[in-house]
Design a protein around this ligand. Structure first.
Ligand code: OSB
Ligand code: MG
Length: 385
């Protein structure tokens, strides 16, 4: 694949409503986008790093620096056939997986167009439609939470996930269960409990939760394995699963019975497929997590969720829950049955609204390869967009 240019940009997008977790509150997103122009096609990738380092070490700003100074120059310096070649091309850079994913996924996006295949099919996906759940942030009151849950169930969503933290848990679960005894219900603590809370977390068992996501430290496997032995409810790990090896270690240790797969957190489609395959082999169900993505990341999450072992509803929901106007067309919609159809056209299946992207852009930089026929320089030419 001959890459003509790569455009790095940051857009600003206010959320329709604030999203609050145990690690903080987000009211507006600063999203890094990567545009890869190659072979007459344009592929897009979205970086899922947050504005602050509350979820992972990466942020919008660190991702920008790594993409501009390390990752884009490295990719422009080598030949890649497609997305699957990117991890090797970027392997000299440690970590920074969300930055890497933005670039790698843009290359997959081009590759699908070039191959004239739906992105889902290129990735090996077989599902025709996916089941959708919602992640509901901490609400100011129980009454407001009940209203939000009612609205999301009425919209058709198949699974409700409640953000929780110490002091904000069993009261919510009890209220929801009293009104909706049979819905698929889960919670996500984003690492906010400690081992001393074990007795308390055991009381969650009575609410018939589908899973408890990341109860303990964000980087832990071992103490989760001790906790999982004391619980009937499945633990789901999110934050510490960075790659296939982590998934294997967590499964071997018994740290969880379910795994959340996030494209950014594992570094892109290639590693996500490896996590998918190893969990499928071991009989561990996975589901697609969300990171308050714009339509580009959302379209990629949809394509990934078409792989067979994505067996539980994901945090993949409609554009309108997040954005007044999404940057893709059509906006991502969820049917009354709580499903999204996998697009059957070439590429990601949702067009990028370039005019809107330009309007939302706060900074942009264009990178081009130097003539590779001559000795390849480490530094690419960088021009202002
Ligand atoms: O832990 O799953 C998480 C959002 C930002 C950071 C971490 C998480 C989340 C969500 C939101 O739960 C999922 C979404 O609707 O995009
Ligand atoms: Mg989570």
């Amino acid at each position: 694949m001959k890459i003509d240019s790569i455009v790095l940009r940051e857009i600003g997008m206010p959320l329709v409503r604030p999203f609050e977790t145990s690690f903080g509150r987000t009211t507006s997103r600063r999203i890094v986008l990567v545009e890869v122009n190659a072979e007459g096609f344009t592929g897009w990738g979205e970086c899922t790093a947050g504005e602050h380092a509350g979820f992972s070490e990466e942020t919008t700003d660190t991702a920008w620096i790594m993409l501009a100074n390390e990752l884009i120059p490295a990719l422009l310096h080598v030949d890649v056939e497609g997305g699957g070649d990117c991890p090797r091309a970027l392997s000299h850079v440690r970590g920074n997986r969300m930055a890497k994913a933005a670039l790698e996924n843009a290359v997959w996006d081009v590759e699908a167009l070039q191959a004239n295949l739906p992105l889902a099919e290129l990735l090996g996906g077989t599902r025709k439609r996916i089941e959708c759940g919602v992640s509901i942030g901490l609400q100011p009151s129980l009454d407001e939470l009940m209203e939000v849950v009612e609205r999301e169930l009425a919209a058709g969503y198949r699974r409700i996930k409640l953000k929780c933290k110490p002091g904000r848990d069993v009261e919510m679960f009890a209220a929801i269960r009293q009104r909706w005894p049979d819905i698929l219900l889960s919670c996500d603590a984003n690492g906010s409990y400690r081992l001393k809370d074990e007795g308390h977390i055991r009381t969650f068992d009575e609410f018939g939760l589908l899973m408890i996501e990341q109860p303990l430290w964000h980087d832990d496997f071992y103490f989760h394995s001790l906790l999982q032995r004391q619980l009937e409810t499945a633990i789901c790990l999110d934050e510490p699963i960075r790659n296939r090896r982590d998934a294997l270690a967590a499964i071997a240790m018994g740290s969880c019975r379910i795994i959340n797969v996030k494209l950014g957190r594992v570094g892109g489609f290639s590693e996500a497929i490896r996590v998918h395959n190893v969990t499928a082999e071991r009989g561990i169900p996975i589901w697609c997590g969300g990171m308050l993505e714009s339509g580009i990341g959302r379209a990629h999450n949809i394509a990934m969720s078409s792989l067979q072992n994505f067996r539980l509803p994901g945090d993949v929901s409609a554009s309108q829950r997040y954005w007044h106007q999404d940057i893709v067309e059509p906006a991502i919609e969820v049917s009354a049955a709580g499903e999204i159809e996998i697009p059957q056209v070439a590429g990601r299946g949702y067009e990028v609204n370039r005019r809107l992207v330009e309007e939302l852009t706060v900074r942009a930089e264009t990178f081009r390869p130097r003539n590779r026929a001559h000795s390849a320089p480490a530094e690419p030419v960088r021009a202002r967009a």
